[in-house]
Structure formats: structure tokens, C-alpha cells
Design a binder for this molecule. Sequence first.
Ligand SMILES: [Zn+2]
Length: 463
Amino acid sequence: MNKNREQSLNRHELLKQSLRQNPPDPNRIFDLFLNKSELEINLENVITVLRDSYDKNQYFEKRSQLLVKFLDKALRILSTTEQWLDEIDRLINEYEKSSINLPASLYYAKFRCLATLSVSDAKAESFIEKAIDLEINIYNQLDYQLELAMYYENTSQYRKMKKIIDQCEILCRQYSNLDQQLARTLLYLGHYYFYTFQLDKAANYMNQAQNILETIYQEERDQEEKEILKLLSTCLHYLGRVYFAQYNFVRASRFYIKAQQVLEKARTKYTLSNDLGATAFYHLRLGQVLEASKLIESADYHYDKSQKEFEKCGNLSGKMQVSLARANLIGSQVDDCMVNKKSIWKKQVLQLRDAAQDAQDIGYDRGYLEALLRRFLLDIKYAQIGDLIKVSFAIVTASEFYKFIFSNPSLLISKLQLAIGLYGMGPYHMIRLNQKQKRQPHFILKACPCRYPECRKRINTLI
Ligand SMILES: [Zn+2]
């Protein structure tokens, strides 16, 4: 054994002995952790410290602070989200047994974990409502209300979503120092109009949000900058979705790329851990524009990247969307030979069936309807009449279908396709694409604008 290694082992042994004799003050360890950045912290170590302080009232507050501070990081990986939820539940129980008042942020953290583990969960909704009732700080209360609006968006409860956002807007305009919350409110108002197909209104609200966020960013308010950049990235991402829906694919892809650049800037500047979910969504949306522009090879490249990122993190609805998109791409590059066609159709049906089942299991109604409609278009393409009748029946009895029909009776099938993310598919898309190619060819992508050389090397076939 060399001398240096021997010395280091001795030092290590001495340190262990001294720790055994004088265990460090838990308060000091808590403070040490609370001062660390997201990137520096190891969540396993946090959990160990939390466990060491079970059933000790004096550490309730610090435990709660730690669970809230690193919540975002814990939500990025599914297995950590589950561990985090266990710790939160344990602390809520201990609070309830004692006579100490529970902080609203703990209910909020519980809501975020539950909403991450399942798209639709009545229990999650009740916890965020508790947090809103308990919270006295106006900033936090607005944040919680906007989180609830997001929950309604994900579960397609658009009327409830709009009601909350309207309340938030009134509150934000009453006070002068709530411009970050106002920007977020306007952004979500844009989401609402996007999902109810009023695209010009959606773009208008999102542009307003973007302007506010850019102004705050230029003023360099340090404590808010991280949040501002994240919101700005979401704003650009959604503007991309609006342009996409308007068939301006070139502009859409530019906005997606810009959104991802802002996200990366936030990550390097504020030493944040990698937001796998947001990056996965970037690849998914870029893939959709490419697929719609018939750049199949590049679309496949980005769907593949998206799927890999989603597998690392725990975004259930995203994972489902990419698996549905890939089902559609199966066999896109294959010739018209009948033997091939039959086996491809079988593969596609299987993948769509699995995705529909998964969507039902996690309560993701929009994904379930998307799977059914993709199956419907597939059965038309392959003239599978028997299956077509079965699938049609499943579609008209799906709860999500009714939500769309009743919320918007003048709904066209093309809008329904758009609303549930069915891009680059079906006869309606082909007609619009041909029109655009003739009248506004500069709207259609000729090649993928990303920075990945492996993607650029791919030869894209126009089919
Ligand atoms: Zn690319």
C-alpha cells in the first residue's frame, strides 16, 4: 500500500471515531443542506438526514423546508418522487399527532408528488385546496392557485381552469408588485385559449406574458431570475405550439429551439439539475413539426431522443404521447408490398392498444382519446371495417370526447385532432399541407434546424 493512501485511510478512520464520539448537531446539517444548490445536493443524503430526525418536534420545520426546497429535483425521477411522498406523508402524520401547526407548503408538496405520479387524482386536488385555504402569503397563494389551474389543464377541466385563472388575474392587477405572477397568469390564459382552439387569442396572451418576463429579466432581480427563465422557456414553447397549429412549421421550430436554449441558459447560470421532462418535451414537439413536414427520418431521431429522456424521468403523459407518435411512424419508410403492410399494421395496432391501456391506468383521458383516434385513422388506411366499428364505438363513449363536444358544439374533427395532439395525420392534414406547400412554401421545413450532426446526416424522404 502506498504511503499517501495509508495516510488518507488513517484520516478517514480518525474522522469516523470523532463522529461517533461527538455526533454533529442536526440543525447544522440541516442548514448546510438548505444552503446547497439543486445541483450540489444529493437527495439520498437528504433522505438519510430526514430519517435521522424522525419523531423529533424540534426538527419539523427544517424537515419541511428541505422537502419543499428540493421538491422540483425530487419530481424529476419517478422513484425519487415516491420516496419524497413517503417522507412528506410521514411528516404530515407527525405534525397531526403534535399540536404544532402544519405549513401550507407541505400540503402543496404532497399535491405536486401525487399529480406527478398520476395525471388525474381527486386526492391531489383536495391537498392543493387545503394548501390554498391555509396559505396567508399572497405570492404563495397565487402560485398554488396557478398550480391548480395547471392540474385542471392536464385533466381537461377547462371551465374550472378558466375560473381560477380569471380570479388570479383580478388579484394580480390589484397589487403592483405581482408582475411575475401576472405573467404566469397570462401565459396560462394563453394555454386555455390554445386548448379551446382560439389560436389568435392564445398567441396574444402569450406575447403579453413574454414581454413582461423579458422586462423582469432585464431588470436583473436576482432572486426571481431562475423562475423567470423557466417561465420564459415555457412561454416560447407554447408559442411554438400555436404556430404549429397554424401550419407555420418553420416559425414553430424556431420557437421550440429558442425555448430549449433559454432552459439551458437557466441550467448553467443557476446550477440547476437537468430538467429531463422539459428537454424530452422539446424533442417530442420538434419531432411533431418534422413529422408534419414529412421529414420522417429526422422526426424519428427526435422521437427517439424524447423517448429516452422520458424513460429517465417520470413524466407519464409525455411518455405516452411519444409512444403514440412512434406507433404512427412504424413502417413509414417501407414500400407498398402487401406482406410488409400486414405485419406493420399489426405492430401499430399492438403499440396503440398498449398505449390506450396505459393512458386509462394513469387517468390520462386526452391520451386515451388520442390513442383511439390514431387507431381509427389506421383502420381507415388499412380498410379494417370490423375494427373500425369497434373503435368508433369506443371513441363516442370516451369521456374526453364528450368534454370536447359539449364544451364546443361547433367542433370540427380537424380541431379535435389538433386538441389532442394528433399531428401530421389523416386526410385533413394532407390537404392542408398541400395547400401550404403551394401557397406558403416558406412555412414548411425542408430540413431539421436542430444542432445535432447525427440528425442532420439523416436522409429525409418525402412521402
Ligand atoms: Zn434534428
